[in-house]
Design a protein around this ligand. Sequence first.
Ligand code: F6P
Length: 487
Amino acid sequence: MVSPQSTVDDRSTFDLVVAANRLPVDRVVDDDGTSTWQTSPGGLVTAMDSVMEGREAAWVGWAGDPGESIEPFARDGVRLQPLALSADEIRDYYEGFCNGTLWPLYHDVIVQPHYRRSWWAAYRRINQRFAEAIVEVAAHGATVWVHDYQLQLVPALLRDLRPDLRIGWFNHIPFPSVELFGQLPWRASVLRGLLGADFLGFQRATDAGNFARACHQLLGATRTGDVVSWDGADDDRSGVPRRVRVAAVPISIDFTSLDQLARTSAVRERAREIRASLGNPETVLLGIDRLDYTKGIRHRLRAYSELLADGDVTPTQATLLQIATPSRERVSAYRELRAQIDAQVGRINGDHSVIGAAAVEYLHHSYPKEEMAALFLAADVLLVTPLRDGMNLVAKEYVASRWDGGGALVLSEFTGAAHELSSAFLCNPHDIAGLKRTILEAMHEHPAAKRKRMLALRRRVRSNDVFAWARKYLAALEAAPAKPGAS
Ligand code: F6P
């Protein structure tokens, strides 16, 4: 739980404004009507919370529930500016267009995206409201850092309202190829919205390339180096030409604080307790994911159940601890996934568990960072097997927690993290036979070789931590081609 400070900075405008769909904390209203605040889910908040701590800045976002509007409040020096969404707006904008249209479309259409005009209308309205809330708190000439797929129209809306602002946008998730993106009935409007920014940051060069190709094919824009140039002409208006910098700036985590947390005696003791409560098996395998179809949890369970059936692992020798954090529970694809995973875990345990040793320990909860650090320290192998993932910060958190050089990371090739963490045990989660082999390799590789891999991974994450990421991003935004007010 988080207790926000009640006092707000006297200032009404800021030189740095962050805008994301969610505030870093979610409001939870109990049955008796009392409000508490807890850390919001997702990689965006994990990363941005560390970067923003102590900065003189404002953060505009939704408080995570269908509540009335809430007064701004301060937290770690940052002014949080809540934007209220009604129950209908949450249904159409957040659950609908963001998570029923864009999320599956941007993740390789793993499930079918739905294209509903009423959802798109809500997305436009809420993006407009975000832009209006941002200009309220942005000082003249301020830098505005907009985040993620929920707010793709905000850059151009902001530029129309306030040409003095320097506007950046960062996409935490993949940007799809134009062959997929082209399905979106409102594709040109989304590209126009993004081209209102001075700098667009992506997780991988492929994502930046996909965006530039979409601009070329769908708007006739050209790309020279990392600058996309568009004459501004389209169906709606003759427009103002735009030159926008587009590049990959892969996100990261606060390596040092996680490394230090994992070294504390409380976390080390808790890690021992976790292993003991699992019956001290030789190998603890761990999965920690938001319960999302992109994360490849079903593929992982399938591979593990086959390893059990083949006799390559036994429940007394190994335990798979799968933690699935509740997510988007009112969206049908997520409800179906939960039912499928519940059934799959039930079947595996029914078939393979023995008294006193469950084959899979499955927990549908979220945990505070101390417990996460203990889980990471307790795990011999972390299984990160998404079918598509913008980055996957859990993989980096695991590496940062392994100050002891222990552990092994099995990592899907379809994550942004795999582009940096090449010393991991890389896998294709669609290839169940290959995934089984990789899991066994990670379990049985010689300890010295495993340690060498982990130390290489740690060097990599340490040298590109979240603070280096933020510095790179803000420097690129500062150096973006268009000067504020010019086009
Ligand atoms: O990090 C990607 C991201 O989609 C964020 O934009 C989002 O806040 C998070 O994952 C969790 O999803 P949600 O906000 O829908 O719970």
